[in-house]
Design a protein. Structure first.
Length: 152
């Protein structure tokens, strides 16, 4: 069963069980998916990789918003709780990320394979790693680790 169908089934179940929080997050994901599907220039098919990309970008947006609501303290506590729930829901669909040591090993290997020794070429390494490990690593982490390895 595709991830999109799983989301539809989850929405149906949440509505039957009157689980408003789950229904809200699934509706938002389905809306984001529909926006991507109808975006100008989109001619591809909606497959699991596209759905995971939509979920991942939504999770990243939620994480940024969560930091802002946590900074508000008590005033943002209720909204921060909802955001934590939505982030956890999204992470249930996303593949597990690699641990920092594994990311470091991948970056070290790609630096050697590509022959990169200049910190100005870090973007080349980031692009290469992201092609093969999208969804498992964050580009910012790859960049940070590559810069550390090139300095050290």
């Amino acid at each position: 069963m595709s991830i999109e169908q799983t989301l539809t089934d989850t929405l149906t179940r949440a509505m039957k069980e009157r689980d408003q929080r789950t229904a809200d997050v699934v509706r938002m994901l389905k809306t984001r998916l529909q926006e991507r599907r109808t975006a100008k220039g989109f001619a591809g098919t909606v497959d699991d990789a596209l759905v995971l990309d939509v979920i991942g970008s939504y999770r990243k947006q939620l994480q940024k918003a969560l930091a802002e609501f946590e900074a508000l303290g008590e005033r943002g506590a209720a909204q921060a709780g909802q955001l934590r729930f939505e982030i956890a829901f999204c992470e249930g669909y996303l593949p597990r990320g690699l641990d920092p040591d594994a990311v470091r090993a991948i970056v070290r290997e790609r630096l050697q394979a590509l022959g990169v020794s200049d910190p100005k070429q870090v973007g080349k390494v980031v692009g290469d790693v992201m092609k093969t490990h999208k969804g498992q690593v964050e580009a910012a982490d790859v960049k940070r680790i590559a810069e550390e390895l090139l300095k050290g």
